[in-house]
Write a new protein. Sequence first.
Length: 186
Amino acid sequence: MDDSQIVELYLTRDESAIAQTSEKYGSKLRRIAQNVLSDLETSEECENDAYLQTWNLIPPNEPRTYLFAFVGRIVRHLAIDRLRHEGRQKRYALYCELTDEMQECIPGNSDVSQEIDAKELSQLINTFLESCSDEQRNIFVRRYWYFDSVAEICEKYSLPQSKVKTTLFRMREKLKDHLTDGGYIV
């Protein structure tokens, strides 16, 4: 079943929409939460909470062409919120490390005016990622969206660790330059 058909089930309030979403994307959603939390049981709870939030957000939203991204974003935010709430020091350190890496090239939101510019910032980041090769984009997204470790990325794409680390470093530098050119002070 394609995303548009699943969204149509949500719109008609058919409970099988959740089962279809779980069947199609459940393992990927659990993996996102697992990479953040490092706890299978809590990851499954986040996945289930994401289905509930998806149910409540469709309608008014209709993510017919981007259902996985829609639900993936929900589960990711739930997992991060859970991590903050529970204060798991071991995985929290990884979250802080990744956040620190990205803060070097993305400005923080220290006031309300920067919150308003979030959409513009998002567009700049998307433009930057579109200008990268598929390999670079995949490495970057796996690290900073899915929270994959460098070792997991190396295994997934059959790359040496030094290449992945170098690619991530160079991409952060290029992103920083791209954002600076776009008018952001980093």
